[in-house]
Write a protein that binds this ligand. Structure first.
Ligand code: UDP
Ligand code: UDP
Length: 293
């Protein structure tokens, strides 16, 4: 966005984000960094809002589940209030978790999901579902221009080393020659999107005509078992790590793959980075990060 000549105000409470990730932008006069929590009102002047606020890794969003729901729900209300006052277009980073443990495969946007409302993942899933509801009600009731993206598993450089999600865990374990922790038997599936592809999808979604609100799936449709991912990481990193099985967390979805027909049609978007290309870039990042620690 900065390269395109935009002024960027980056808002973060740094619960999981890190200043290091934007350190290279700090000298740009068009960039401003603000420590703020979206559960509190924010009065600034903007034309476009990308609302990505909320920890997204199970270990982080389950640390303080009440705060997680507040971040999605109060955060959405405040950002929608900001969009309403300023007339800004607003994009919501929603999630494949709105589909829960899906009984339809792959998941199209029309699928309403299979979500447990009272489980340990519910603070995230239901918070994000309620945020989608708020977006569509502000759209219908107040005429806001909204864009809702449902993000599937994403990975890449600048992930937190303690993120806790599967790609970063496996890479760091392999780099340290520690056991690779498969939760369950590793037969559950996910589809992994490289971060640059996802960002490209956001920018294209924001630029769609006013009548296009989404929700639209953004993710890579190449589906792998978690065991296959572990083997691929081991192949690339080398080292002496062994695969070990650990208990499967509650409500862990058994399968997940985006149907991206809508994104292909309306955004002219599809992922360019396969795991073979994205994993080495991520491994390189974590390798240099571990040298610094
Ligand atoms: N809000 C904000 N920034 C603004 C305008 C509103 O953070 O520039 C917050 C404000 O705290 C409010 C919420 O967004 O509680 C929702 O605003 P809205 O105008 O929809 O509701 P109201 O103020 O009428 O409750
Ligand atoms: N997982 C795993 N080992 C890990 C971390 C995660 O086997 O060290 C599994 C997890 O149980 C899930 C999948 O990998 O089935 C993806 O987990 P992640 O937390 O990355 O994201 P999710 O898709 O569950 O939100």
């Amino acid at each position: 966005m900065l390269a395109d000549g935009s002024e960027v105000l980056c808002v973060d409470n740094f619960f999981t984000g890190r200043r290091m990730n934007v350190a290279h932008l700090m000298d740009d006069p068009n960039f401003e960094l603000m420590r703020h929590d979206v559960t509190f009102p924010l009065y600034v002047e903007v034309d476009e809002i990308y609302n990505l606020a909320c920890p997204a890794s199970p270990v982080h969003y389950q640390y303080d589940p009440v705060q997680t729901t507040k971040t999605s729900v109060h955060g959405a209300i405040n950002m929608l209030g900001l969009a309403k006052r300023t007339g800004a277009k607003i994009l919501q980073a929603s999630t494949s978790e709105v589909y829960g443990d899906p009984t339809v495969h792959p998941q199209p946007e029309s699928y309403w999901g299979n979500v447990n409302p009272v489980g340990s993942r519910s603070c995230y899933d239901e918070g994000k579902r309620c945020a989608e509801t708020l977006f569509f009600d502000y759209h219908r009731q107040h005429g806001l221009e909204i864009k809702v993206a449902r993000i599937f598993n994403t990975y890449g450089p600048r992930m937190h080393p303690e993120d806790g999600r599967v790609v970063s865990n496996f890479i760091i374990q392999a780099l340290r020659n520690e056991p690779i922790t498969l939760y369950g038997d590793g037969s559950q599936t996910r589809s992994f999107c490289y971060v640059d592809d996802l960002i490209e999808g956001f920018i294209k979604l924001m630029a769609t005509p006013v009548d296009f609100t989404g929700p639209v799936n953004l993710g890579n449709p190449d589906e792998f078992t978690i065991r296959q991912l572990a083997e691929q990481v081991l192949d690339l990193v080398g080292g002496s790590s062994q695969l070990v099985e650990r208990p499967l967390p509650a409500d862990d979805p058994k399968q997940r793959q985006p149907d991206i027909s809508l994104a292909r049609k309306r955004l002219g978007w599809e992922p360019q980075y396969s795991l073979e290309v994205g994993l080495p870039k991520s491994i390189e990042y974590f390798r240099s990060l571990l040298k610094e620690i």
